[in-house]
Design a protein around this ligand. Structure first.
Ligand code: KDG
Ligand code: MG
Length: 412
């Protein structure tokens, strides 16, 4: 069974997605997600110029060998572009192998370790009443775990608030349900850490008073704090029993979490911008955090993320795979198959794609009573309608960036 055709498909139904489609000489199709939000075309070029030509004629069964070949033969290792490209090949090959076996992919990864995957959604509001409405809406949709993001007095726009899109100047720019916006230049947002640190605990207190102690609540700090600021936030959120505090410090400094850890028992999650096990090495070995945030799409695929999660399991660190709308339905399906099979599953982020996206990618996963399941079709369970994809050409879009009141660029 050899790779006969490799195509890179770019489509922008509700937002941009990059998909690798491999076809074998006996007609099996494998899909892999290579979407890197705001830098999509860099991965397209990497795949087109440097990966696709190497794939034609390879034995589609050789998943590990192909992974090692793409990683080591490039010499220039790691990095989000390289690892998203390798991930797409890896996932497409797993899709093909599972189809050839006539099994849903999770069976090849060891079989189901649970009946479904607990998922969390994104509730947000500029004001507390808007936030409460959003929590209720998520509960009505079945979510049993909810991320809480809130507006901060004095700040015009802030990460994670769906209604940022209605701000003056942002009309019509937002697309899908997350912060990237169509347009030729990143939108500017504002930031003030002291106001944020003062406000967030009051919001969690209000949410606990309104919705009770049971519901798992999460929060994303989105890389904005220094270690001591993050320690302070973690400590002040302890009474509200968070499931996790995510990306409290910039992710590239692994040592930052040592200080945070010394001060707080609030569980920590990090890693959505990581791309190899090397980014996690110290964090896992020193048990400096609790949840691995990597997506299959950004971490070299199922083969590589499975190894990271198996390493993490030795230290009681669990999965919390990244699942915003910039992970395509193909990437989400890969996450669900892996999450179902591993022992140390923690929680899955699940934001839900829009109707146009679901028309391009038909999917077999189920969403029942707050739990996801990848379904039982052979392979990943996702099909790409190429004609439908062709109706939505790529559109330039960027994530926003932050400036402080004095004009200094800050982490976003
Ligand atoms: O592309 C960037 C988004 O995926 C990111 O901002 C979403 O932080 C995020 C999350 O936790 O979902
Ligand atoms: Mg995040």
């Amino acid at each position: 069974m050899r790779i006969d055709r490799a195509e890179v498909i770019v489509t922008s139904p509700d937002r941009n997605f990059v998909t690798l489609k491999l076809t074998t000489d006996d007609g099996l199709i494998g899909l892999g997600d290579a979407t890197l939000n705001g830098r999509e075309l860099a991965v397209v070029a990497y795949l087109h110029e440097h990966v696709v030509p190497l794939l034609i004629g390879i034995d589609a069964h050789k998943i590990e060998d192909t992974w090692q070949f793409l990683y080591r033969s490039a010499y220039w290792r790691r990095g989000p572009v390289t690892m998203a490209a390798i991930a797409a090949v890896d996932v497409a090959l797993w899709d093909i192998k599972a189809k050839a076996a006539g099994m849903p992919l999770y069976q090849l990864l060891g079989g189901a370790s649970r009946t479904g995957l607990l998922a969390y959604g994104h509730a947000s509001g500029k004001s507390t009443s808007e936030l409460f409405d959003s929590v209720r809406k998520h509960q009505a949709e079945g979510y049993k775990a909810i991320r809480i993001q809130t507006g901060v007095p004095g700040l015009k726009s802030i990460y994670g608030i769906a209604s940022n899109a209605t701000l003056e100047g942002n009309e019509g720019k937002r697309y899908d349900h997350e912060p990237a916006q169509r347009g030729a230049f990143p939108a500017e947002e504002d930031w003030d850490t002291r106001s944020y640190l003062r406000h967030v605990p009051t919001v969690f207190e209000a949410v606990r008073n309104e919705f009770g102690p049971e519901i798992p609540l999460l929060h994303d700090g989105h890389h904005r704090m220094t270690p001591i600021q993050a320690a302070k936030l973690g400590k002040s959120l302890e009474p509200y029993d968070l499931f996790w505090l995510e990306d409290c410090t910039p992710a590239e400094n692994q040592e930052a979490l040592r200080l945070v850890r010394q001060h707080t028992t609030t569980p920590l999650a990090i890693g959505e911008v990581f791309n190899t096990v090397w980014d996690y090495q110290q964090l896992i070995r020193e048990q400096l955090f609790d949840y691995v945030r990597s997506a299959v799409t950004h971490t070299g695929g199922i083969s590589a993320l499975k190894k990271i999660l198996e390493y993490a399991a030795q230290y009681q660190v669990k999965s919390g795979m990244h699942g915003p709308t910039d992970i395509s339905p193909v990437g989400m399906a890969a996450a669900m198959h892996l999450g179902l099979a591993i022992h140390n599953f923690g929680i899955q982020e699940y934001m839900q794609h829009g109707e146009k996206t679901n028309a391009v990618f038909s999917q077999s996963f189920t969403w029942n009573d707050g739990m996801l399941h990848p379904g039982n079709k052979p392979g990943l369970g996702v099909e790409l309608d190429v004609d439908e994809a062709g109706r939505y050409p790529y559109e330039t879009a960027y994530l926003p960036y932050n400036r402080l009141a004095d004009g200094t660029v800050h982490d976003w």
